[in-house]
Write a protein that binds this ligand. Structure first.
Ligand code: PEP
Ligand code: MG
Length: 901
C-alpha cells in the first residue's frame, strides 16, 4: 500500500527536509523542525503523489488515502489531547497547500477547521473567551465559503463592514462577542442561500472537502499564471499539510509574528522581525493592525524572546542560510509554524553569502550558487525606490510599458532630441531622451541623458545596444507612446507630456511613469569585489567587454574585463569632427577623391585605437571593421526633409543655381543609397569588398596604432574582425586584403607586434560552412544579434511590433534577442564551433551579441566550449558570476574536480 500521509508531532516526524518533492516545502520543513526538537504544532502532510493520483483518477482520492488520514488524525488527537468535533474541547486544524517551491499566496489555505455550532460553544467555554470563539467561527465560514464552496469573500465581508458602520467602530476587534455571534448566523444564511444547503457541520466532512479544495487550487487561475511566469512544471502538484491550530489571539500572553535571521534589506546579521500581541497571522498579512517592533516582544515576554532568538539561530545554522520564520505564541508557549530560505535584496544576497563563508558556515562554491547574477547587476546601477514607484503607479501615473532594454532606474525632464539633451545636461539638468527611435547621431544626447525611451525597436535596436553599453537605463518598443517631435510632446496613456515635464523610467520592468520617483544609488562594496574574485577562481569562460572608446575600455577593466571582444568602429564615425569627413568620403564622385577623404579619417581612427590599446595594456582587443550601411551616416530624416524643403524654396524663387545643383547631387546620392532592408543590405564585409579603401584605412590605423604603442612598451594584441561573412570567397578576399595592409605596416614601422584576423559568425550560412571559413579565419566571434535576426527572420528593429503579443500568447518563451534561443540559434552556434574546430582545434571562439551578458546564454556558451563571452562593461559582473555558476553546475553534474586556483 502506497504511503500517502506522513505525520509529525511529539518530537518525531516521519518526513524530513530531503523529502521536499513529496511533502512540499512547508510539509518537509515542519517535519525537519519537529525532528530537531523545535516546538511545532503537530500534524500530518498528504503527499504530492496523492495529489497526482487524485488528478489521474478524475479527482478521486486514491485507495487508502482517507484511511491513512484517519490514522494520522487519531495520532494527532493523541498528541494534542483533544478531539476533532469534540463539543467540549475541540481540536481545530489548519489545512494548507505546499508545493516543492514556494508560491506565496498562490494556493489556498483554510484555518480554524473543526468549528461548528456545537464546538464553537465548547471553544468559548474552554478558553473562557466567547468573543475569540465566535471570531474564529466567522473567519472559518468566510475562508471555507471562499475556498471550498466557491462563495466570494466579499459576500461575507460586506456584512462585517455594514455591522461596523452600524456600531460606529473602525476595527474588527471592537466588535463585541454578541454581535459576532449574530454575524456568524448571517454568514451561515449567506452560505445556505448560495449552496441550497446548510453550512457543513460534520468536521470530518469539512476536512475532506478542504483537502480536495487545496488539491484543486493547484489549477486555480493565479497559480497557473504564477507557474507560467516562473517556469514551474504543471505536474509537480501540491502537498496538503493539516496541522493543529495554535492561537495568537488568546489574550495578552499570546501573539504572532514573522522574522528573518538577518536583515533582508542589507544582509546585516541581526534578528529582523515584527510581532503583534493578541493577534492571528491573518491580521498581520491583511494589514488590519500595524505590527510592532520585535523589541516589544522582548519587553513583554523576555524568556519567549530569548527562546525565539535561540531557535532562529539554530535554524540558520542547520539550513546554512538566512531563514524567514513564522511563529505564534499561545498563552506563553512558543510555536514555529514555518521556516524557509528568506527572500532578500540584491545587496543582502551578496552580503549574506560572503558573511556565511567568513563564518565558516558554507563554502565559496555554495555562496556563488546562492546569488542570482541578475540581482548582482542591480548593485551597479541606480534603481527606482520600489515603494515610491508603487505609490506613483497606484496614483494612476503609469504612462506606458515597453520592453525593458537596459537595467536601472532614471528620473529626469523629458527631451526630444539629442542636442537639447546635451544642452540641458551641460547646465546640470537631468534629462530623459524620448524618441521614436535612435540612430548613431543621437549617441552624444544619449550619453548626456539619465535614461532613454523609444517608441519603436527591439532589444538589439540601436537605442538598446548603445544604452546597455553606456550603462543607461533604457526602455524600447514602448508602442503606447506617440512622439510628436516638432511639437515637443508625446502622448501616452491618454495624456500629453511636454518637454521639461519630469518622468521616471524603470529599465527592469519597462515602466514609464509621470512622476519624480525617488531612486537609490549603486551599492557596490568591497564584499561584492571579494565575491566576484571567487567567481573568477571557479570560472573557465573568459569575460571580455564590448567597448568603443578608451573610457569604456577603462571602465570595462575596472569591472573585470579580460579584454575587448568588440570595438564597433562605426561609433567613432559619428563624432562631430568626423561626420563631415565620413560624408565627404561617401559623396566622393570618384576613387581619387574618395581615397583623399578616407585618408583624412586615418589619424582620427589611429588615435582612437591608441587610446584603447593603452587602456587595455596586456589584454587582447578585437576591432571590427566597418559594419553598418553607409546611408546611416548621410542624413537623418530631419536633415533630409530640410534639404527637400530648401530645394523647393530655391526652385520657387528661381535663385542660387549652384546651391540647387549641390542639393540635387546630395539628394540623388541619398536616394541611391537607400535600401529596402538595410540590415540585409549593403553592409559588413560586403561594404569592405565594394569599397576596399575604407577597410584598408581602418587596418592601417589599427596596425599603426598597435606599432606605436608597442614601441612605447605597451603589450598589445590586436584581433582584426571581419563582419557579416557568409561565403568562403568573402572571407578569403577580405582576409588577404587585410593581411596585405597589416604586413606592410609592420615592415614600414618595424615594430614588434603580432596580430590575428578573424571573423564574426552572424549569417547562418557562415555557421554551416564554419570549417571552410576557419581555413582563413584565425578566430570566430558569434554575433548573435544578427544571427538571431537572420535565423528567425525577425527584423531587429521591428520585432517590438509583435513580440509582446507573442510572449503573452506563449508562442515564444523569451525575447530571443535577449535570451539566446538554444534550440535554433544555439544549434547553429554548436555547429559553427564543431566545424570550425575540426579545422583549427585551438580556434579562439567568443560571442559578442547582447546574449554575452545574459545568465542562461552564458551557461550555454560554457557548455558549448566557447573561449569567452563579451558584453557591455556593466554586464560584466553578471557574466563573471554566470560563468562561474555554469562551471559549478556542470561540475556538480559530473563531479569533475577542484577549482582552477
Ligand atoms: C551582432 O550582430 O551580434 C553584433 C555584435 O553586431 P551588431 O550588434 O553591431 O550588429
Ligand atoms: Mg552584427
Amino acid at each position: 500500500m502506497t504511503k500517502y500521509v506522513y505525520s509529525f508531532g511529539g518530537g518525531k516526524a516521519e518526513g524530513s527536509s530531503v523529502m521536499r518533492n513529496l511533502l512540499g516545502g512547508k510539509g518537509c520543513e515542519l517535519a525537519e523542525m519537529t525532528n530537531l526538537g523545535i516546538p511545532v504544532p503537530p500534524g500530518f502532510t498528504i503527499t504530492t503523489q496523492a495529489w497526482a493520483a487524485y488528478n489521474r483518477n478524475q479527482r478521486t482520492f486514491p485507495d487508502g488515502m482517507l484511511e491513512q488520514v484517519t490514522s494520522a488524525l487519531e495520532k494527532l488527537e493523541h498528541d494534542t489531547g483533544v478531539v476533532l468535533g469534540d463539543p467540549k474541547r475541540p481540536l481545530l486544524v489548519s489545512v494548507r497547500s505546499g508545493a516543492r517551491v514556494s508560491m506565496p499566496g498562490m494556493m489556498e489555505t483554510v484555518l480554524n477547521l473543526g468549528l461548528n455550532d456545537a464546538t464553537v460553544e465548547g471553544l468559548a467555554a474552554w478558553t473562557g473567551n466567547e468573543r475569540f470563539a465566535w471570531d474564529c467561527y466567522r473567519r472559518f465560514i468566510t475562508m471555507y465559503g471562499d475556498v471550498v464552496l466557491g462563495i466570494r469573500r466579499e459576500a461575507f465581508d460586506e456584512h462585517l463592514t455594514a455591522l461596523k458602520t452600524r456600531l460606529g467602530v473602525k476595527s474588527d476587534p471592537e466588535v463585541p462577542a454578541a454581535e459576532l455571534r449574530k454575524l456568524t448566523q448571517t454568514y451561515k444564511d449567506v452560505v445556505a442561500s448560495r449552496i441550497n444547503a446548510a453550512f457543513p457541520q460534520e468536521p470530518r466532512q469539512q476536512l475532506e472537502l478542504a483537502i480536495r479544495a487545496v488539491f484543486d487550487s493547484w489549477y486555480g487561475k493565479k497559480a497557473v499564471e504564477y507557474r507560467r511566469i516562473n517556469n514551474i512544471p504543471a505536474d509537480w502538484g501540491t502537498a496538503v499539510t493539516v496541522m493543529s491550530m495554535v492561537f495568537g489571539n488568546l489574550g495578552e500572553t499570546s501573539g504572532t509574528g514573522v522574522g528573518f535571521t538577518r536583515d533582508p534589506r542589507t544582509g546585516e546579521r541581526r534578528f529582523y522581525a515584527e510581532f503583534l500581541a493578541n493577534a492571528q497571522g491573518e491580521d498581520v498579512v491583511a494589514g488590519i493592525r500595524t505590527p510592532e517592533h520585535i523589541d516589544d516582544l522582548a519587553r513583554r515576554m523576555p524568556e519567549i524572546y530569548d527562546e525565539l532568538l535561540a531557535i532562529a539561530g539554530r535554524l540558520e545554522r542547520h539550513y546554512k542560510d538566512m531563514q524567514d520564520i513564522e511563529f505564534t505564541i499561545q498563552e506563553g508557549k512558543l510555536y514555529l509554524l514555518q521556516t524557509r530560505a528568506g527572500k532578500r535584496s540584491a545587496a543582502a544576497a551578496v552580503k549574506v553569502a560572503v558573511d556565511l563563508v567568513h563564518e565558516s558556515v558554507i563554502d565559496q562554491h555554495t555562496a556563488l550558487l546562492r546569488v542570482n547574477p541578475r540581482d548582482l547587476a542591480r548593485l551597479f546601477v541606480p534603481l527606482l525606490d520600489p515603494q515610491d514607484k508603487q505609490a506613483a503607479v497606484s496614483a494612476g501615473r503609469l504612462l506606458a510599458r515597453g520592453l525593458a532594454a537596459a537595467p536601472g532606474g532614471a528620473v529626469g525632464q523629458v527631451v526630444f532630441d539629442a542636442d537639447r539633451a546635451v544642452e540641458l545636461a551641460k547646465n546640470g539638468q537631468r534629462v530623459i531622451l524620448v524618441r521614436p527611435e535612435t540612430s548613431p547621431e543621437d549617441v552624444a544626447g544619449m550619453y548626456a541623458s539619465e535614461g532613454i525611451v523609444t517608441a519603436r525597436g527591439g532589444r538589439t535596436s540601436h537605442a538598446a545596444v548603445v544604452a546597455v553599453g553606456m550603462g543607461k537605463p533604457c526602455i524600447v518598443g514602448a508602442s503606447d507612446i506617440v512622439v510628436h517631435e516638432e511639437r515637443r510632446v508625446f502622448e501616452a496613456g491618454g495624456r500629453l507630456v511636454r518637454e521639461g515635464e519630469v518622468i521616471a523610467i524603470d529599465g527592469e520592468t519597462g515602466e514609464v511613469i509621470l512622476d519624480a520617483v525617488k531612486h537609490t544609488e549603486p551599492q557596490v562594496s568591497g564584499l561584492t569585489e571579494e565575491f566576484l574574485a571567487w567567481a573568477d577562481r571557479y570560472r573557465k569562460l573568459g569575460v571580455r567587454a564590448n567597448a568603443d572608446t578608451p573610457e569604456d575600455a577603462a571602465r570595462a577593466r575596472e569591472f573585470g574585463a579580460e579584454g575587448i571582444g568588440l570595438v564597433r568602429t562605426e561609433h567613432m564615425f559619428f563624432a562631430s569632427d568626423r561626420l563631415p569627413i565620413v560624408r565627404e568620403m561617401i559623396m566622393a564622385p570618384d576613387t581619387v577623391s574618395r581615397r583623399a577623404a578616407v585618408q583624412k579619417l586615418l589619424p582620427f581612427q589611429r588615435d582612437d585605437f591608441i587610446g584603447i590599446f593603452r587602456a587595455m595594456d596586456g589584454l587582447p582587443v578585437t576591432i571590427r571593421l566597418l559594419d553598418p550601411p553607409l546611408h546611416e551616416f548621410l542624413a537623418n530624416p530631419k536633415e533630409y526633409r530640410e534639404m527637400i524643403e530648401e530645394r523647393a524654396r530655391l526652385d520657387a524663387l528661381n535663385i542660387n543655381p549652384a546651391r540647387k545643383a549641390a542639393l540635387d547631387e546630395k539628394l540623388a546620392k541619398i536616394d541611391a543609397l537607400r535600401e529596402a532592408n538595410p540590415m540585409l543590405g549593403h553592409r559588413g564585409c560586403r561594404l569592405g569588398i565594394t569599397s576596399p579603401e575604407i577597410y584598408a584605412m581602418q587596418v592601417r590605423a589599427i596596425m599603426e596604432a598597435a606599432c606605436t604603442v608597442a614601441e612605447q612598451g605597451v603589450k598589445v594584441e590586436p584581433e582584426i574582425m571581419i563582419p557579416l561573412t557568409g561565403t568562403v570567397g568573402e572571407m578569403k578576399l577580405t582576409y588577404e586584403n587585410t593581411k596585405k595592409v597589416a604586413d606592410a605596416v609592420l615592415v614600414e614601422m618595424g615594430a614588434p607586434c603580432t596580430y590575428t584576423v578573424g571573423t564574426m559568425i552572424e549569417v547562418p550560412r557562415a555557421a554551416l560552412i564554419a570549417d571552410k571559413i576557419a581555413q582563413d579565419a584565425e578566430f570566430f566571434s558569434f554575433g548573435t544579434n544578427d544571427l538571431t535576426q537572420m535565423t528567425f527572420g525577425y527584423s531587429r528593429d521591428d520585432v517590438a511590433k509583435f513580440l509582446p503579443e507573442y510572449l503573452q500568447k506563449g508562442l515564444l518563451p523569451h525575447d530571443p534577442f535577449s535570451v539566446l534561443d538554444q534550440e535554433g540559434v544555439g544549434e547553429l552556434v554548436r555547429i559553427g564551433i564543431e566545424r570550425g574546430r575540426r579545422v583549427r582545434p585551438d580556434l579562439k571562439i567568443g560571442i559578442c551579441g547582447e546574449h554575452g551578458g545574459e545568465p542562461s546564454s552564458v551557461e550555454f556558451c560554457h557548455k558549448v566550449g566557447m573561449t569567452y563571452v563579451s558584453c557591455s562593461p556593466f554586464m560584466i559582473p553578471i557574466a563573471r558570476l554566470s560563468a562561474a555558476q555554469a562551471r559549478l553546475r556542470a561540475r556538480e553534474a559530473s563531479a569533475e574536480g577542484a577549482p582552477n586556483a
